[in-house]
Design a protein around this ligand. Sequence first.
Ligand code: ACO
Length: 363
Amino acid sequence: MQRDPRIGHDEGDLTLTALRTEVAHTHPSRLPIRAFPTRGVHSVIAGIGTYAPERVLTNADLEKIVDTSDGWITERTGMKERHIAQAGTASWELGVHAGERALADAGVAPEEVDLVMVASSAPDAPFPSMACRVQEQLGLTNAWAFDLLAACTGLLYELQIADVMIAAGRARTVLVIGAEVLSRLLDWTDRSTCVLLGDAAGALVVRAAEHGGGFRSWSLGADGREWDLLRFGERAQTGAYAAGDPNPHFIMRGPETFKFAVECFTRSGQAALDAAGVTVDQLDLFVPHQANRRIIEAAARRAGIPEQKVFINIERYGNTSTATVPLALYDAREQGRLKPGMKVLMSTFASGLTWASTVMEWE
Ligand code: ACO
């Protein structure tokens, strides 16, 4: 580990030997899956906004960058194209565009927002928070603001916080954002990762239900024993900043992540359905985190959810981490597949490890 040479370290200093350095690889079926029904005032998604940078990178474009093919990417992931931000673009800038559109969609004025959260796998800096930049840009003068790090699960973690804040009467209107410039985390010579991610942002306005809809249950979890499955930087034991890693990039154990993801969707999704008292037959739409078409299809098959109830738009955006669920909800609504009264299951899994599922009656 590199140390700052200006700082002396004595015997009592925290060293890596004091930390557990081995990784305890767990079997996915031992993931601690829990779920609970919601109580109190129900909240709903009252507005959706999305934004993707103009530049589109197709599989054919990737063939010119690394040793890959449209056939391999399509067959193994379902992805056809993804959007890539211009160099120097901040994640929070994408979040501002999506947030503005979500507020307009909900018919909410900026000063009505009580809390804004931004989740990201590609935060711009330790501080100020991306949420504060969004708060300032959108004129959310009455909102408090903070960022949330839980990789791709960040968006559902945020939604759960919004749901609790509204149920407890501490907020009336919450703006939830997932904003990602993931392209800058990638090693563009590594074909096993650079084809997978894209840049985009999604935003959701959460408010109290008015017509009987709302979140019905949550299944939330984390398992830090598998911290090295998806990580940023080779020297990730202490984190890229602490390790002084000059050029960290996204690293993944793909096949193991695949197994974890299927297990997570299946078990956490089923737990959320059980807690909501909703059967698979009663479910109208499954909106999963879009990381790989094959993961989604395998999980849906295992859970007994028929193809026509599963929403996939991964071909257009690739994996946009915290933005995938809002992008999918938006497209599902545009295509007439998301209507009031429908019972919707949303599920995510991510680095950490983290995961979340929720059942909601759309309003
Ligand atoms: N083009 C062509 N060949 C490739 C590519 C590529 N882009 N990438 C890998 N390969 C090759 C490998 O080198 C390997 O070749 P070999 O057999 O000669 O060694 C072969 O394809 C198979 O590689 P696997 O990694 O076993 O391929 P797999 O079928 O598992 O698919 C994938 C890889 C798509 C990454 C899959 O494992 C997966 O989707 N995993 C989960 C991904 C995921 O959910 N990630 C979440 C990240 S979210 C976040 O943290 C922001």
